[in-house]
Design a protein around this ligand. Sequence first.
Ligand SMILES: Nc1ncnc2c1ncn2[C@@H]1O[C@H](COP(=O)(O)OP(=O)(O)OP(=O)(O)O)[C@@H](O)[C@H]1O
Ligand SMILES: [Mg+2]
Length: 277
Amino acid sequence: MNDVASPPPTAPVTDALPLKPRGKVLAVTSGKGGVGKTFVSANLAAALAKRGYKVLVLDADLGLANLDVVLNLYPKITLHDVFTGKAKLEDAVLPAPGGFSVLLAGSGMVEYSRLTPEVRGEFLRIMESLVPHYDVVLLDTGAGISDVVLFAVSLASEVLMVATPEPTSLTDAYATIKVLVGQQQRQTVRLIVNQSARPGSGAAITKQLQQVLDRFVVSEPGRGVKLVHQGDIPTDPEVRQAIMRRQLLMQAVPTCPAAQAIQHIAGTLQQDVIPRP
Ligand SMILES: Nc1ncnc2c1ncn2[C@@H]1O[C@H](COP(=O)(O)OP(=O)(O)OP(=O)(O)O)[C@@H](O)[C@H]1O
Ligand SMILES: [Mg+2]
């Protein structure tokens, strides 16, 4: 068990870090809840860190944060303490197992589940301070189209939409993409099909969803949204077991099918969107 009640000596102090002017912000989001965003965020961060990237995961699920649970961290200082001026930003950034940094949020704080001018301003300030220090910042957002989620996604250069093959998840992914195109003029959304039934099924799902988007959703007159199939992650019993043990899958069972799939996605992201570290 990692008790990080007091910041460990290795906690990164942002002011001391070199600036990374090419820092990329990737929002890991979904239409439906419980499809695997937090699991993907944490393990993708570890896979990218393994490739040499300096990675930060920010728990942007402000009302119901649980990245700390997945990573078995017990932070005394969270994003909320930074928001309220009780703690300094650099004290809230913690090293996570897997070789990346995290900024965790507290859970059950209803005041942060709404996008007030304060939440908006603080969120922006924190992002502006942190992003230049990392190669990649992953935002583990909540599900759906609440104003907090949409604001978090608006801060990202890339959207990673996580969906399962279930019709309910795909319908919600479609609805969310429609809102992102309408509100944020997104022209590209990257789809990760989690808990895919068989290898390759995500490509067919992406094609079907693209056809619906082509018919009904346009980002600006004459311009559609491109859905990029970023990869599939199979249903794997090791995922649940790792979460139950509060271990990072990439560390506990790096050779299992789901961990391998995440490493593959890290590779496709390296190729498509993230400049080499
Ligand atoms: N590839 C997989 N194989 C097996 N089980 C999985 C897989 N991906 C996710 N799960 C299961 O789904 C659960 C929910 O995952 P997770 O908490 O990451 O979802 P989420 O999208 O972040 O949820 P929320 O919308 O509440 O934030 C996990 O605890 C795990 O049991
Ligand atoms: Mg989550």
